[in-house]
Unconditional design. Structure first.
Length: 428
Protein backbone atom coordinates (compact mmCIF):
# COMPACT_ATOMS: atom_id res chain seq x y z
CA UNK A 1 0.00 0.00 0.00
CA UNK A 2 2.78 2.42 0.92
CA UNK A 3 4.64 1.47 -2.25
CA UNK A 4 1.63 2.41 -4.38
CA UNK A 5 1.20 5.63 -2.38
CA UNK A 6 4.86 6.48 -2.91
CA UNK A 7 4.58 5.95 -6.67
CA UNK A 8 1.42 8.10 -6.83
CA UNK A 9 3.06 10.87 -4.82
CA UNK A 10 6.19 10.81 -6.99
CA UNK A 11 4.13 10.93 -10.20
CA UNK A 12 1.86 13.68 -8.88
CA UNK A 13 4.71 15.77 -7.48
CA UNK A 14 6.80 15.35 -10.63
CA UNK A 15 3.82 16.18 -12.87
CA UNK A 16 2.89 19.33 -10.94
CA UNK A 17 6.45 20.65 -10.67
CA UNK A 18 7.17 19.74 -14.31
CA UNK A 19 4.07 21.62 -15.47
CA UNK A 20 5.13 24.65 -13.46
CA UNK A 21 8.67 24.36 -14.85
CA UNK A 22 7.33 24.01 -18.40
CA UNK A 23 5.14 27.11 -17.99
CA UNK A 24 8.14 29.07 -16.70
CA UNK A 25 10.36 27.83 -19.52
CA UNK A 26 7.72 28.54 -22.19
CA UNK A 27 7.34 32.02 -20.76
CA UNK A 28 11.11 32.50 -20.73
CA UNK A 29 11.36 31.20 -24.31
CA UNK A 30 8.57 33.51 -25.46
CA UNK A 31 10.18 36.51 -23.76
CA UNK A 32 13.58 35.61 -25.21
CA UNK A 33 12.23 35.29 -28.76
CA UNK A 34 10.18 38.47 -28.39
CA UNK A 35 13.25 40.30 -27.13
CA UNK A 36 15.28 39.01 -30.05
CA UNK A 37 12.64 40.20 -32.53
CA UNK A 38 12.40 43.54 -30.74
CA UNK A 39 16.17 43.96 -30.98
CA UNK A 40 16.01 43.27 -34.71
CA UNK A 41 13.20 45.79 -35.07
CA UNK A 42 15.12 48.40 -33.07
CA UNK A 43 18.20 47.82 -35.23
CA UNK A 44 16.08 48.23 -38.35
CA UNK A 45 14.57 51.51 -37.11
CA UNK A 46 17.98 52.77 -36.09
CA UNK A 47 19.31 51.99 -39.56
CA UNK A 48 16.35 53.75 -41.19
CA UNK A 49 16.75 56.84 -38.98
CA UNK A 50 20.45 57.09 -39.78
CA UNK A 51 19.75 57.00 -43.56
CA UNK A 52 16.90 59.53 -43.29
CA UNK A 53 19.12 61.85 -41.25
CA UNK A 54 21.87 61.50 -43.89
CA UNK A 55 19.42 62.35 -46.67
CA UNK A 56 18.13 65.40 -44.81
CA UNK A 57 21.51 66.83 -43.79
CA UNK A 58 23.90 65.84 -46.55
CA UNK A 59 23.55 66.99 -50.13
CA UNK A 60 25.86 64.22 -51.34
CA UNK A 61 25.38 60.58 -50.50
CA UNK A 62 28.33 58.48 -51.59
CA UNK A 63 27.99 55.00 -53.00
CA UNK A 64 30.81 53.81 -50.72
CA UNK A 65 28.80 54.79 -47.62
CA UNK A 66 25.69 53.01 -48.96
CA UNK A 67 27.76 49.97 -49.92
CA UNK A 68 29.29 49.71 -46.47
CA UNK A 69 25.90 50.16 -44.81
CA UNK A 70 24.28 47.47 -46.96
CA UNK A 71 27.03 44.90 -46.44
CA UNK A 72 27.22 45.49 -42.71
CA UNK A 73 23.45 45.22 -42.13
CA UNK A 74 22.46 42.74 -44.85
CA UNK A 75 20.08 45.36 -46.22
CA UNK A 76 18.75 46.64 -49.54
CA UNK A 77 18.85 50.44 -49.68
CA UNK A 78 17.01 52.03 -52.59
CA UNK A 79 16.92 55.84 -52.73
CA UNK A 80 15.19 57.97 -55.34
CA UNK A 81 15.71 61.69 -55.73
CA UNK A 82 12.52 63.30 -57.06
CA UNK A 83 11.51 59.94 -58.54
CA UNK A 84 14.93 59.26 -60.14
CA UNK A 85 16.78 56.24 -58.63
CA UNK A 86 20.36 56.67 -57.42
CA UNK A 87 22.96 55.09 -59.62
CA UNK A 88 23.66 52.46 -56.94
CA UNK A 89 23.09 48.81 -57.73
CA UNK A 90 23.86 47.33 -54.34
CA UNK A 91 26.94 45.86 -52.68
CA UNK A 92 25.76 42.27 -52.28
CA UNK A 93 23.42 39.79 -53.91
CA UNK A 94 20.48 38.71 -51.76
CA UNK A 95 18.82 35.34 -52.32
CA UNK A 96 15.87 37.18 -53.93
CA UNK A 97 16.64 39.78 -56.58
CA UNK A 98 16.83 43.37 -55.38
CA UNK A 99 14.34 44.63 -57.96
CA UNK A 100 11.77 42.02 -56.90
CA UNK A 101 12.06 42.90 -53.22
CA UNK A 102 11.95 46.68 -53.92
CA UNK A 103 8.80 46.31 -56.02
CA UNK A 104 7.15 44.20 -53.29
CA UNK A 105 7.96 46.84 -50.68
CA UNK A 106 6.70 49.74 -52.84
CA UNK A 107 3.52 47.80 -53.61
CA UNK A 108 2.82 47.43 -49.87
CA UNK A 109 3.63 51.16 -49.47
CA UNK A 110 1.01 52.08 -52.04
CA UNK A 111 -1.58 50.15 -50.06
CA UNK A 112 -0.65 52.25 -47.03
CA UNK A 113 -0.91 55.49 -49.05
CA UNK A 114 2.77 56.15 -49.63
CA UNK A 115 3.66 56.70 -53.33
CA UNK A 116 7.35 57.03 -54.15
CA UNK A 117 6.61 58.43 -57.63
CA UNK A 118 4.75 61.50 -56.43
CA UNK A 119 6.08 64.65 -54.82
CA UNK A 120 4.73 65.58 -51.41
CA UNK A 121 4.37 69.13 -50.18
CA UNK A 122 3.96 68.05 -46.56
CA UNK A 123 6.37 69.48 -44.04
CA UNK A 124 6.84 66.07 -42.45
CA UNK A 125 8.02 62.81 -43.89
CA UNK A 126 5.47 60.32 -45.15
CA UNK A 127 6.35 56.83 -43.99
CA UNK A 128 4.84 53.37 -43.89
CA UNK A 129 4.86 51.23 -40.83
CA UNK A 130 7.54 48.59 -40.51
CA UNK A 131 6.23 45.48 -42.24
CA UNK A 132 7.42 42.01 -43.08
CA UNK A 133 8.42 40.78 -46.52
CA UNK A 134 9.18 37.20 -47.43
CA UNK A 135 11.91 36.41 -49.91
CA UNK A 136 12.03 33.70 -52.51
CA UNK A 137 13.34 31.16 -50.04
CA UNK A 138 11.16 32.29 -47.15
CA UNK A 139 13.88 34.35 -45.50
CA UNK A 140 12.40 36.89 -42.99
CA UNK A 141 12.88 40.60 -43.55
CA UNK A 142 11.78 43.95 -42.18
CA UNK A 143 10.82 46.64 -44.69
CA UNK A 144 9.67 50.23 -44.72
CA UNK A 145 9.16 52.97 -47.30
CA UNK A 146 9.30 56.68 -46.51
CA UNK A 147 9.26 59.98 -48.38
CA UNK A 148 11.67 62.63 -47.13
CA UNK A 149 11.01 66.31 -47.95
CA UNK A 150 14.17 68.18 -49.04
CA UNK A 151 15.02 71.69 -50.17
CA UNK A 152 15.12 70.48 -53.77
CA UNK A 153 11.88 68.48 -53.62
CA UNK A 154 11.82 65.05 -52.03
CA UNK A 155 13.65 61.78 -51.66
CA UNK A 156 12.13 58.35 -51.22
CA UNK A 157 13.78 55.59 -49.22
CA UNK A 158 12.92 51.93 -49.60
CA UNK A 159 14.73 49.96 -46.93
CA UNK A 160 14.68 46.18 -46.64
CA UNK A 161 16.77 44.35 -44.07
CA UNK A 162 17.32 40.60 -44.13
CA UNK A 163 17.65 38.43 -41.03
CA UNK A 164 18.81 35.12 -42.54
CA UNK A 165 19.60 33.47 -39.21
CA UNK A 166 16.46 34.56 -37.34
CA UNK A 167 14.49 31.34 -37.85
CA UNK A 168 17.48 29.11 -37.19
CA UNK A 169 18.27 31.01 -34.02
CA UNK A 170 14.66 30.84 -32.81
CA UNK A 171 14.48 27.10 -33.54
CA UNK A 172 17.78 26.60 -31.71
CA UNK A 173 16.49 28.52 -28.72
CA UNK A 174 13.27 26.49 -28.72
CA UNK A 175 15.26 23.25 -28.82
CA UNK A 176 17.51 24.53 -26.05
CA UNK A 177 14.54 25.38 -23.84
CA UNK A 178 12.93 21.99 -24.60
CA UNK A 179 16.18 20.31 -23.58
CA UNK A 180 16.29 22.36 -20.37
CA UNK A 181 12.67 21.43 -19.70
CA UNK A 182 13.33 17.69 -20.18
CA UNK A 183 16.49 17.74 -18.06
CA UNK A 184 14.69 19.81 -15.43
CA UNK A 185 11.74 17.40 -15.38
CA UNK A 186 14.08 14.44 -14.95
CA UNK A 187 15.91 16.28 -12.16
CA UNK A 188 12.57 17.06 -10.51
CA UNK A 189 11.68 13.37 -10.75
CA UNK A 190 14.89 12.42 -8.95
CA UNK A 191 14.37 15.14 -6.34
CA UNK A 192 10.76 13.99 -5.86
CA UNK A 193 11.91 10.41 -5.33
CA UNK A 194 14.49 11.56 -2.80
CA UNK A 195 12.20 13.92 -0.87
CA UNK A 196 9.20 11.58 -0.84
CA UNK A 197 11.38 8.72 0.38
CA UNK A 198 12.54 10.98 3.21
CA UNK A 199 8.99 12.18 3.91
CA UNK A 200 7.59 8.64 3.97
CA UNK A 201 10.46 7.16 5.96
CA UNK A 202 8.76 7.85 9.35
CA UNK A 203 5.51 6.39 7.97
CA UNK A 204 7.33 3.27 6.75
CA UNK A 205 9.10 2.90 10.09
CA UNK A 206 5.85 3.42 11.99
CA UNK A 207 4.09 0.82 9.87
CA UNK A 208 6.97 -1.58 10.44
CA UNK A 209 6.81 -0.95 14.19
CA UNK A 210 3.05 -1.32 14.12
CA UNK A 211 3.32 -4.68 12.36
CA UNK A 212 5.97 -5.79 14.83
CA UNK A 213 3.79 -4.51 17.68
CA UNK A 214 0.77 -6.50 16.48
CA UNK A 215 2.87 -9.62 15.90
CA UNK A 216 4.50 -9.39 19.33
CA UNK A 217 1.20 -8.60 21.08
CA UNK A 218 -0.47 -11.54 19.36
CA UNK A 219 2.35 -13.81 20.44
CA UNK A 220 2.31 -12.59 24.05
CA UNK A 221 -1.48 -12.82 24.26
CA UNK A 222 -1.46 -16.33 22.81
CA UNK A 223 0.81 -17.70 25.55
CA UNK A 224 -1.40 -16.88 28.58
CA UNK A 225 -4.49 -17.88 26.61
CA UNK A 226 -2.94 -21.26 25.90
CA UNK A 227 -2.14 -21.72 29.60
CA UNK A 228 -5.67 -20.68 30.62
CA UNK A 229 -7.18 -23.03 28.04
CA UNK A 230 -4.99 -25.94 29.15
CA UNK A 231 -5.77 -25.47 32.83
CA UNK A 232 -9.47 -24.93 32.15
CA UNK A 233 -9.59 -28.16 30.17
CA UNK A 234 -7.80 -29.94 32.98
CA UNK A 235 -10.49 -28.77 35.42
CA UNK A 236 -13.11 -30.60 33.35
CA UNK A 237 -11.38 -33.90 33.90
CA UNK A 238 -13.12 -35.93 36.55
CA UNK A 239 -11.22 -35.96 39.79
CA UNK A 240 -9.14 -32.86 38.98
CA UNK A 241 -8.09 -30.69 41.90
CA UNK A 242 -9.22 -27.05 41.38
CA UNK A 243 -6.59 -25.73 43.80
CA UNK A 244 -3.92 -26.97 41.47
CA UNK A 245 -5.17 -25.22 38.32
CA UNK A 246 -7.12 -22.14 39.42
CA UNK A 247 -4.08 -20.18 40.77
CA UNK A 248 -2.38 -20.62 37.40
CA UNK A 249 -5.47 -19.37 35.59
CA UNK A 250 -5.63 -16.31 37.87
CA UNK A 251 -1.92 -15.65 37.34
CA UNK A 252 -2.26 -15.75 33.56
CA UNK A 253 -5.37 -13.52 33.69
CA UNK A 254 -3.34 -11.01 35.69
CA UNK A 255 -0.56 -11.15 33.10
CA UNK A 256 -3.06 -10.56 30.28
CA UNK A 257 -4.66 -7.68 32.17
CA UNK A 258 -1.28 -6.07 32.64
CA UNK A 259 -0.38 -6.49 28.98
CA UNK A 260 -3.70 -5.06 27.79
CA UNK A 261 -3.37 -2.15 30.23
CA UNK A 262 0.08 -1.31 28.88
CA UNK A 263 -1.16 -1.56 25.30
CA UNK A 264 -4.06 0.77 26.05
CA UNK A 265 -1.66 3.32 27.54
CA UNK A 266 0.49 3.24 24.39
CA UNK A 267 -2.58 3.39 22.14
CA UNK A 268 -3.92 6.41 24.07
CA UNK A 269 -0.54 8.09 23.78
CA UNK A 270 -0.41 7.46 20.03
CA UNK A 271 -3.92 8.85 19.61
CA UNK A 272 -3.06 11.90 21.76
CA UNK A 273 -6.07 11.20 23.99
CA UNK A 274 -4.19 10.59 27.22
CA UNK A 275 -5.02 13.00 30.03
CA UNK A 276 -2.39 14.14 32.49
CA UNK A 277 -3.52 15.65 35.78
CA UNK A 278 -0.65 17.59 37.24
CA UNK A 279 -0.50 18.66 40.85
CA UNK A 280 2.07 20.12 43.21
CA UNK A 281 4.08 17.30 44.79
CA UNK A 282 6.21 17.53 47.90
CA UNK A 283 9.01 15.33 46.56
CA UNK A 284 10.51 14.36 49.93
CA UNK A 285 7.19 13.19 51.38
CA UNK A 286 6.25 11.51 48.10
CA UNK A 287 9.50 9.55 47.83
CA UNK A 288 9.35 8.44 51.47
CA UNK A 289 5.81 7.11 50.89
CA UNK A 290 6.99 5.43 47.68
CA UNK A 291 9.89 3.83 49.54
CA UNK A 292 7.54 2.51 52.23
CA UNK A 293 5.24 1.07 49.56
CA UNK A 294 7.95 -0.74 47.59
CA UNK A 295 10.33 -1.72 50.40
CA UNK A 296 8.30 -4.78 51.44
CA UNK A 297 7.71 -5.71 47.79
CA UNK A 298 11.46 -5.69 47.16
CA UNK A 299 12.08 -7.78 50.25
CA UNK A 300 9.65 -10.40 48.99
CA UNK A 301 11.69 -10.52 45.78
CA UNK A 302 14.86 -10.87 47.89
CA UNK A 303 16.17 -7.39 47.08
CA UNK A 304 17.01 -4.39 49.21
CA UNK A 305 15.63 -0.93 48.45
CA UNK A 306 17.37 2.23 49.68
CA UNK A 307 16.48 5.92 49.40
CA UNK A 308 19.48 8.24 49.05
CA UNK A 309 18.46 11.85 49.78
CA UNK A 310 20.90 14.73 49.07
CA UNK A 311 22.02 17.01 51.89
CA UNK A 312 19.92 19.93 50.58
CA UNK A 313 16.15 19.86 50.80
CA UNK A 314 14.32 18.94 47.60
CA UNK A 315 12.03 21.35 45.74
CA UNK A 316 8.39 20.72 44.94
CA UNK A 317 7.41 19.72 41.40
CA UNK A 318 4.28 19.82 39.26
CA UNK A 319 3.55 16.37 37.88
CA UNK A 320 0.92 13.65 37.66
CA UNK A 321 1.56 11.71 40.88
CA UNK A 322 -0.19 8.55 39.68
CA UNK A 323 1.73 8.42 36.40
CA UNK A 324 5.03 9.24 38.12
CA UNK A 325 4.43 6.36 40.53
CA UNK A 326 3.67 4.11 37.56
CA UNK A 327 6.97 5.05 35.92
CA UNK A 328 8.98 4.44 39.09
CA UNK A 329 7.21 1.11 39.70
CA UNK A 330 8.18 0.01 36.18
CA UNK A 331 11.82 0.97 36.81
CA UNK A 332 11.92 -0.73 40.24
CA UNK A 333 10.30 -3.88 38.85
CA UNK A 334 12.76 -3.80 35.96
CA UNK A 335 15.68 -3.47 38.40
CA UNK A 336 14.42 -6.47 40.39
CA UNK A 337 14.13 -8.59 37.23
CA UNK A 338 17.60 -7.78 35.93
CA UNK A 339 19.70 -7.86 39.10
CA UNK A 340 20.72 -10.80 41.30
CA UNK A 341 19.05 -11.63 44.61
CA UNK A 342 20.24 -9.80 47.74
CA UNK A 343 21.51 -6.87 45.60
CA UNK A 344 20.73 -3.23 46.33
CA UNK A 345 18.30 -1.04 44.40
CA UNK A 346 18.76 2.67 45.10
CA UNK A 347 16.38 5.60 44.61
CA UNK A 348 18.42 8.79 44.31
CA UNK A 349 16.60 12.14 43.93
CA UNK A 350 18.39 15.45 43.26
CA UNK A 351 18.02 18.64 41.25
CA UNK A 352 20.19 20.90 39.15
CA UNK A 353 19.11 24.32 37.99
CA UNK A 354 15.55 23.89 36.68
CA UNK A 355 15.51 20.08 36.35
CA UNK A 356 14.49 17.52 38.97
CA UNK A 357 16.05 14.07 38.68
CA UNK A 358 15.25 10.66 40.14
CA UNK A 359 17.69 7.81 39.56
CA UNK A 360 16.83 4.12 39.94
CA UNK A 361 20.13 2.29 40.29
CA UNK A 362 20.60 -1.47 40.29
CA UNK A 363 23.58 -3.81 40.61
CA UNK A 364 22.47 -6.14 37.82
CA UNK A 365 23.81 -7.37 34.53
CA UNK A 366 23.98 -3.95 32.93
CA UNK A 367 22.94 -2.89 29.44
CA UNK A 368 25.16 -2.94 26.38
CA UNK A 369 25.57 0.11 24.17
CA UNK A 370 23.51 -1.50 21.39
CA UNK A 371 20.68 -2.39 23.77
CA UNK A 372 20.59 1.14 25.24
CA UNK A 373 19.41 2.39 21.86
CA UNK A 374 16.57 -0.16 21.71
CA UNK A 375 15.33 -0.80 25.25
CA UNK A 376 12.64 1.88 24.98
CA UNK A 377 11.21 0.30 21.82
CA UNK A 378 7.95 -1.54 22.21
CA UNK A 379 8.20 -5.29 22.92
CA UNK A 380 11.99 -5.12 23.11
CA UNK A 381 13.54 -7.49 25.61
CA UNK A 382 17.17 -8.39 26.18
CA UNK A 383 18.06 -11.94 25.27
CA UNK A 384 18.62 -12.92 28.91
CA UNK A 385 15.02 -12.17 29.80
CA UNK A 386 13.29 -13.94 26.94
CA UNK A 387 12.22 -16.74 29.22
CA UNK A 388 10.89 -14.35 31.87
CA UNK A 389 7.11 -14.54 31.40
CA UNK A 390 6.47 -11.62 33.73
CA UNK A 391 7.78 -9.12 31.20
CA UNK A 392 6.39 -8.33 27.75
CA UNK A 393 8.88 -5.65 26.69
CA UNK A 394 6.33 -2.84 27.07
CA UNK A 395 7.30 -1.45 30.47
CA UNK A 396 10.08 0.91 29.43
CA UNK A 397 8.20 2.12 26.36
CA UNK A 398 5.21 2.87 28.62
CA UNK A 399 7.52 4.72 31.04
CA UNK A 400 8.96 6.76 28.18
CA UNK A 401 5.49 7.71 26.91
CA UNK A 402 4.32 8.70 30.41
CA UNK A 403 7.39 10.90 30.95
CA UNK A 404 7.04 12.62 27.57
CA UNK A 405 3.37 13.34 28.31
CA UNK A 406 4.58 15.28 31.38
CA UNK A 407 7.26 17.15 29.37
CA UNK A 408 9.86 14.95 31.01
CA UNK A 409 12.56 12.60 29.83
CA UNK A 410 13.90 9.15 30.67
CA UNK A 411 17.34 7.79 29.96
CA UNK A 412 19.80 5.12 31.04
CA UNK A 413 23.46 5.04 31.96
CA UNK A 414 25.88 2.54 33.44
CA UNK A 415 26.12 2.17 37.19
CA UNK A 416 29.58 2.97 38.56
CA UNK A 417 30.23 -0.61 39.68
CA UNK A 418 27.95 -2.81 37.60
CA UNK A 419 24.37 -2.68 36.46
CA UNK A 420 22.24 0.08 35.01
CA UNK A 421 20.91 3.39 36.28
CA UNK A 422 17.68 4.79 34.84
CA UNK A 423 17.26 8.53 35.14
CA UNK A 424 14.00 10.42 34.85
CA UNK A 425 13.90 14.20 34.42
CA UNK A 426 11.06 16.61 35.19
CA UNK A 427 11.04 20.38 34.81
CA UNK A 428 10.72 22.41 37.99
Amino acid sequence: MLHKLKIKLIIMNTAITSIILSIVIIGACFINISQYKQNNLDNFKELQDSIVYKCQTDNTIKNAWLSNLESKNKAIIHIEDNGIPFFFRGSWNPSTKREVMIKKAQKVALKEGVDTTQYTTASYKNSTSVFHLTGKHGEPTYASVCIIPTDNGYMSLTLIQFFPHEKARMYLQILLFIGIDLIGSFALFLVSCFLINIALKPVVENQKKQNEFIAAASHDLRSPLAVIQTNSTALLIEGAEPKRFIPKIIEECTRMSRLISDMLILASSDAKTWQIQKEEIDTETYLIDLYDSFSSFCQKKEHNLSLDFPEDSLPKINADKGRLTQVLSILIDNAISYSPAKSMITLRPYYRKSIFYIEVEDQGIGISKEEKEAIFDRFYRADKSRNDNSHFGLGLSVAKELMELQNGKIGVKDTATSGATFVIELPL
